[in-house]
Design a protein around this ligand. Sequence first.
Ligand code: NDP
Length: 297
Amino acid sequence: MTAEIIDGKAFAADVRGRVAAHVARLQADHGITPGLAVVLVGEDPASQVYVRNKGKQTKEAGMHSVEHRLDPDTSQERLLALIGELNADPAIHGILVQLPLPGHLDSELVINAIDPAKDVDGFHVSNVGLLGTGQKSMVPCTPLGCLMLLRDRLGSLSGLNAVVVGRSNIVGKPMAQLLLGDSCTVTIAHSRTRDLAEVVRRADIVVAAVGRPEMVPGDWIGPGATVIDVGINRIEGAGGKTRLVGDVAFDSAAQVAGAITPVPGGVGPMTIACLLANTLTACCRANGLPEPEGLTA
Ligand code: NDP
């Protein structure tokens, strides 16, 4: 079998197009423009690239985009004061604090200072609790993107065996909650899981979010399974050139799986697309308007 390649780049472009169309309607019908504020503390090069891309795509979707770039030695008080201002600003519907924060700042305290209704990353403890109890919440962007790809490929996920490899707060755990919400039978695997190969082999859906290059070989994948590879790992290839690979050994897995996301071009582009979708959702909720269809969990 040769797997269908799930084109996350094209799907993300479609999501961004749907968001932009909804934004245009909000402006035309209600005079409302969704606003996203991104806060970056310090000069981490990868974070700077992410923040630049987020700003660019926010504007392309017709939204109001604000960037706050703060010095690496910004105090916790200053950062909390800024979040307080953004919480109170009616033109801002989504607030994202780019992680990781410099070591002297308390990430949990900072994230939990964001108004949960504006927490478009879905990391606030209130949103984590709402998701865990099946209530309306803001859903973390990467797992939301994975869920959209899975629904698009499989339709109903009800009754399917899903294995999530990785139990981080930003990917693994919320991913498992979302799959449970769609009535999958969910197993969360991690570094202490016994017989991981056997656990993965039973899955109809495999979501790998580990951060170890090509850790999941093709012979762990059950025939016909749908494989969502969240991992982004930079490895050195021939001639010292670096390239990106996922957590799944793509070539061997693609021989067995029914469908698989590539790296790059799979889950990665979905994350910012879902950030835009979450900002739109937050704006609709704040204004008592219907939420965009197909762009939430
Ligand atoms: P974390 O490091 O926070 O979590 C990794 C998880 O993998 C942990 O739960 C860990 O288990 C588990 N793990 C580690 N080694 C093994 C092993 N040998 N067998 C089984 N499980 C193992 O990573 P993140 O969740 O933040 O990210 C995971 C990957 O996804 C990274 O490559 C990251 O770059 C990528 N990513 C991609 C995004 C995107 O936009 N596409 C967004 C976010 C992340 P334990 O808890 O027991 O230590």
